[in-house]
Design a protein around this ligand. Structure first.
Ligand SMILES: [Zn+2]
Length: 206
């Protein structure tokens, strides 16, 4: 649901634990600010998991301002449904993956300018943009027994954190790792294929 605020009256109004109205205001200082409550909720959940302040570079944009900066025509920013964000100490890949795990539908990782755009659109659209957008199905790598040691370590670490793996974080895909992953998949009602793909990562990552 999109709410309308006045920057003059509500600049410091708290929308959630860590976000205020002024952070979502248009950079042209327009008084009216539109903010989707679902976007605030998404950013607050992201904040809680990353445990670091999130800086909003741009959220609501008036049509005039959006045109001025060359934004997309039917930009979600103009509806108060989008935010361009960074988080100190976290890479844009970590931000994108956390958003994916949280179930965000719109995620664009701007690899050149180093920020993440997220929005509350209803149909999934994930992309990497390095000048022009390239659609992707997930921000996670599929990890199998044939993956690199570091990738396998990443899976072992998360399985351990979730209490499914008791062995060493050695990057070796043994019977213990496979069993732990399959148990985790079963518990989460995923197909127990022993392959760590986007769905398993989504549950493992946060
Ligand atoms: Zn954006």
């Amino acid at each position: 649901m999109t709410e309308k605020y006045s920057l003059k009256q509500s600049a410091d109004k708290k929308l959630s634990k860590n976000f205020t109205v002024k952070e979502f205001a248009c950079k042209d200082k327009s008084d009216t600010v539109y903010i989707d409550t679902a976007l605030v909720s998404l950013l607050q959940r992201l904040r809680r998991i990353l445990k670091k302040p999130i800086t909003i570079n741009s959220a609501y944009r008036t049509k005039a301002y959006n045109e001025k900066i060359g934004g997309a025509k039917s930009s979600y920013h103009c509806k108060g449904q989008a935010a361009d964000i960074v988080c100190s100490g976290k890479t844009i890949l970590q931000i994108a993956r956390t958003l994916e795990a949280l179930g965000a539908k719109g995620i664009i990782m701007y690899t050149k300018s180093n920020f993440v755009h997220t929005d509350t659109r209803s149909r999934k659209y994930f992309a990497k943009n390095n000048g022009k957008p390239e659609e992707v199905s997930t921000f996670f790598n599929t990890v199998t027994k044939n993956s690199t040691q570091n990738q396998i370590k990443g899976v072992q670490e998360r399985l351990k954190a979730k209490g499914f793996y008791k062995g060493k974080i050695d990057g070796i895909w043994g019977a213990q790792t496979e069993y732990a992953l399959k148990s985790f998949q079963k518990k989460n009602k995923l197909s127990t294929d022993g392959i760590c793909g986007a769905e398993s990562w989504g549950k493992l990552y946060i």
